[in-house]
Design a protein around this ligand. Structure first.
Ligand code: F0G
Length: 359
């Protein structure tokens, strides 16, 4: 470990849980993200909740995907793979492209045309991946990349690749460690996550279970997941053919880890519910304006879900609630600008500026 940079990413930190020959590690020193207390937001929710935000947008490419991608790419390199491929609503492609660049191998990305936030598309292109946009949705893109991978043309790095789940479980390890350091027994009462392809909630539950089995924590959280109302196959109990939501990252109608996510919620005593686009956008603005952290719309589904659940009386006084903010808000400036008032334009004149500022 270098003295200059003691933190070298999740594979080095959690080597016991993520076995690999260190020669093959592909890392951007991801992980180690803050668990930020959110007292102003908690106050709005009432009931004396202790609310924490896990800021996964502060990973190197701006989303939680980097945790899974460092391990998936390292394993691909170990297996001498020369190319990787993924379908994506944006963040997976940004992360896959960046880690492939770092590994010096080729990345192929299939996205739904016109449904990717600009920042994410920019990342995939900047990192040199080959991007194909299909006139269809994420589920159709995933079907195509699965076939390509089955033919042995490239290694699939969507979350059906088990190494992705292994890497992503480390977010739970970090949450436990942060809460233990605050003498909170290391485990939240509830953990809220947005649900798209359902890999992340599956991964988090695996992480908690591993820490429980090894005695680091003495209890388990209830996992609560939230889909967007227009893309809520798990809640409806059947695939959604044409999913629609402002939260483009979770615009998914037939999640690959459907079964595992349902199991995680059931086993933990939690549930999966849905939140409307209006609720998502309200939570999105609340996080930014009350807590000073800018997440992307899909991430805010976790907060919208907590708000909805609080209104239903789910929480008890003193409950510790963690929400994962999965991606950074700067990835999707278009949605942000639609919910904000544009700046007022005035002449470069002192009085006029004062008047507009109402000072
Ligand atoms: N939040 C963000 C910001 C995401 O990008 C995703 C998934 C999720 C939540 C949902 O996580 O799929 O594990 O349930 N994005 C994938 C992608 C689908 O292609 O970037 P999940």
């Amino acid at each position: 470990m270098s003295e200059l940079n003691p933190y070298q990413g999740i594979i080095v930190k959690y080597s016991r849980h993520l076995p690999i020959d260190s020669r093959f590690i592909v890392s951007l020193h991801e992980g180690n993200t803050p668990l930020l207390p959110a007292p102003r937001l908690a106050k709005v929710l009432g009931r004396g909740l202790q609310l924490y935000l896990k800021l996964e947008g502060l990973n190197p490419t701006g989303s939680f995907k980097d945790r899974g991608m460092t391990y998936a790419l390292s394993k691909a390199v170990e297996a001498r793979s020369k190319a990787i491929i993924c379908a994506s609503t944006g963040n997976t492609s940004a992360s896959a492209a960046a880690y492939a660049a770092r590994a010096g191998i080729k990345a192929y990305v299939i996205i739904p045309k016109g449904k990717i936030a600009l920042g994410k598309l920019t990342q995939a292109l900047m990192h040199g991946s080959k991007v194909v946009a299909i006139d269809g949705n994420f589920d159709e893109a995933l079907t195509i990349v699965r076939r390509i991978a089955e033919q042995g043309l490239a290694t699939l790095v969507n979350s059906i690749n088990p190494h992705r789940i292994e890497g992503q479980k480390t977010a739970s390890f970090e949450i436990c460690e942060s809460l233990l350091s605050e003498s909170l027994q290391g485990v939240p009462t509830y953990h809220s996550l947005p649900v798209g392809n359902a890999g992340n909630i599956t991964a988090h539950w695996k992480g908690y279970r591993e820490y429980y089995a090894s005695g680091v924590i003495k209890s388990l959280p209830k996992m609560i997941g939230f889909q967007a109302a227009g893309a809520a196959p798990i809640v409806l109990g059947k695939p959604v053919k044409n999913p629609e939501t402002v939260a483009s990252a979770i615009r998914i109608g037939n999640p690959a880890s459907w079964k595992q996510a349902v199991e995680a919620c059931k086993e933990s005593g939690g549930f999966i519910d849905k939140v409307t686009d209006r609720e998502i956008l309200k939570a999105y603005q609340m996080v930014a304006s009350l807590e000073g952290y800018f997440c992307e719309p899909a991430s805010a589904a976790s907060i919208a879900g907590i708000i909805k659940s609080a209104k239903k009386g789910l929480f008890k006084k003193g409950d510790v609630v963690v929400a994962t903010l999965t991606g950074h808000g700067l990835k999707d400036p278009d949605t942000a600008m639609k919910v904000c008032n544009p700046p007022v334009i005035v002449k470069p004149n002192f009085e006029k500026v004062l008047k507009v500022l109402q000072l």
